[in-house]
Ligand binder design. Structure first.
Ligand SMILES: [Zn+2]
Length: 314
């Protein structure tokens, strides 16, 4: 029988990638994204582990439970992953003195190793049972690494955890990157406003069609709440993309107001952002003059003032 003698889970939190900052944290200034490693996406090795990663991503998520929320369940149909798990378990088990070992491969971004130790009692004999979740980078690890895994799992060995830490560091490129919001397809048609139509019209009227940018609605927000501020629009110099806040895609927001925000972001492609007194100046005097040239400028500012509360409640 399985005794309720759980010694707890061990998360090697120090192994968490320290470069996995949320994309929003990489923003610098208004609408300017911080430089990310441009090669990160292309460095994924075309190894067996990479195809495992694909299989792992295809696994269905298990219904939420306290222990395993948000992780991948083992679907016996994806044979490649199941085979790799069995093989890896036996390779690790070969270095262990006692105990049963169950290995699950994951495509987690933050937890590379987690160990759960149970104790199974068969009469007087006590048999430790280890349930281990490992990132798929371990699937084709060298014997030195599987030995370290065995020592870490069985004895919580310090030297072993150092070997594992180095291995994880050396294989960080196999950890799935932040889901690529940047490369996701732009969403231009909103519920109430069509951004592409607005953009095209402005490009024609104000810029002789010279602006080259993509435009998209931002992500939908969950619960409606009163916010202290929202970024109504942003322009990314890096990938020439304009993002408009979903708060503006509501029936009471007039199209001239959405136009004004889009126009403002388009102007960012025309104007440099000089550094003045050590700060990047996104809205220079020349920028502000051009902004005021918008047909409904006064009306838009007035409307914003009168509807601020509503705009912030989204
Ligand atoms: Zn701006």
């Amino acid at each position: 029988m399985l005794q309720a003698d759980i010694q707890g889970e061990i998360y090697l939190s120090s192994f968490v990638r320290n470069n996995a900052a949320p994309s929003d944290a990489a923003s610098a200034g208004e609408g300017l994204r911080g430089a990310k490693d441009p090669n990160a996406r292309h460095r994924r090795t075309a190894s067996r582990a990479a195809s495992l990663a694909g299989n792992l991503q295809g696994r269905r998520r298990r219904p939420t439970s306290k222990v395993e929320s948000g992780e991948f369940s083992l679907a016996r149909t994806d044979g490649a992953v199941a085979d790799a798990e069995i093989l890896l378990a036996s390779r690790i088990r070969a270095h262990m003195a006692t105990g049963q070992l169950d290995v699950t491969l994951t495509d987690n971004r933050y937890t590379m190793i987690s160990v759960r130790r149970d104790t199974e009692c068969a009469g007087a004999r006590v048999c430790p049972q280890y349930r281990v979740r490992l990132h798929h980078m371990f699937a084709d690890a060298a014997p030195l690494v599987t030995q370290a895994l065995a020592h870490y799992i069985g004895k919580d060995d310090k030297d072993a955890s150092k070997v594992l830490g180095d291995f994880i560091d050396a294989n960080q490129h196999r950890v799935r990157a932040e889901s690529a919001r940047k490369t996701s397809k732009p969403i231009t048609q909103g519920a109430c406003h069509d951004l592409q139509g607005i953009y095209d019209g402005l490009n024609e009227r104000y810029f002789d069609g010279t602006i080259e940018a993509t435009i998209t609605w931002g992500q939908r927000c969950g619960k409606v709440q009163k916010r202290n501020s929202i970024k109504m629009g942003s322009y990314s110099i890096e990938d020439k993309s304009i993002r408009i806040h979903r708060s503006l895609d509501r029936a009471y927001v007039p199209s001239f107001f959405v136009e004004w925000i889009v126009y403002h972001e388009m102007l960012h492609q025309v104007h440099d952002a000089p550094i003045v007194n050590g700060r990047r100046q996104f809205h220079s005097k020349a920028f502000l003059e051009d902004e005021a040239a918008f047909e409904h400028y006064a009306l838009a500012r007035l409307w914003e003032r009168d509807h601020l509360e509503q705009l912030l409640t989204y």
